[in-house]
Design a protein around this ligand. Sequence first.
Ligand SMILES: *Cc1c(COP(=O)(O)O)cnc(C)c1O
Length: 343
Amino acid sequence: MIDLRSDTVTKPTEAMRAAMARADVGDDVYGEDPTVNRLQEMMAAMFGKKTALLVPSGTMANQLAIRLHTQPGQEVIVESKAHIVRYEQGAAGALAGVQLHWIVGDRGLISAEQVEAAIRPKEPHTIQTGLICIENTHNSGGGTIYPLATIERIRAVATTHGIPMHLDGARLFNAIAATSLPPASYAQHFDSLSVCLSKGLGAPVGSVLMMNDLTLLEKAKRVRRMYGGAMRQAGILAAAGIYALEHHIERLQEDHDHAKQLARRLQQISTVRISPHDVDTNIVIFDVIGHRLAPPAIVAALKKEGVLINAIGGESFRAVTHLDISNSMADEACAIFTRVLAV
Ligand SMILES: *Cc1c(COP(=O)(O)O)cnc(C)c1O
């Protein structure tokens, strides 16, 4: 089966499993797991932040950030299709007591002008803006990369208004691989950022939340504990993360090449609407128009031929390339798309 549903479906390689089995471990709640500590130091150094904290999921990393930067009753500015809006079960409201102020982006990207217009005035009747969140790459936008210049302009607005910024960088490594920009060039503009080890990097579990503020780190450890995310011999997981940092970053370009290949082939199919130019990284979003089958039946027909993708609402579908998709699997997926989608 060629599984293009998500880059979360990757399985740890033999070499990664061997690194996990060898990992030196300790109790991380006491700060005594040497492998967790090493991963955290590597990540902080790579992104130019003072501290890094391993957490079980990207959702938890985002939710810690929202909780740390805001007060209950405040508002968080975020793009309307962001992971924080769509896929975190309302945690920002449920756990941090904040409301989300959605801005509709262009393929998930919002501008400094939009952010500026969304910041609430500091007057007694009006809810106060506590945080601005940005997602890079933007998942539902189609793996879109934020231009650094846009981030710089949003940062300038945020600084003027004294509002902190958090980066949901679940797939930041994809942006880094595609642009060749140093990781810190993105990270420097944010008070905190989260990065997933379990997406394109292919680790089985784990995200890392990074920031500069040591007081905030102490608070982050307490909230992580509150949310049930403090782990013990987590070095087993951190070892997978370290292995991924050392071996799986450069190869992300292969995933991007496969995504472009799929997009170009899809464009040749008469029922498909897609602009290959819009495929920045490893996510391919496309529409199927005027096919005799409805979206769930299209997904089923592709599955029968050996390709798994997700229908994501309306006539849209999402295919994601990753570590477990080889050149020949990408070729085969192209052939299957043509067979099933052409009418
Ligand atoms: C996957 C993802 C996350 C985190 O997801 P978890 O499943 O909680 O690890 C966060 N943000 C984005 C944009 C994602 O794609």
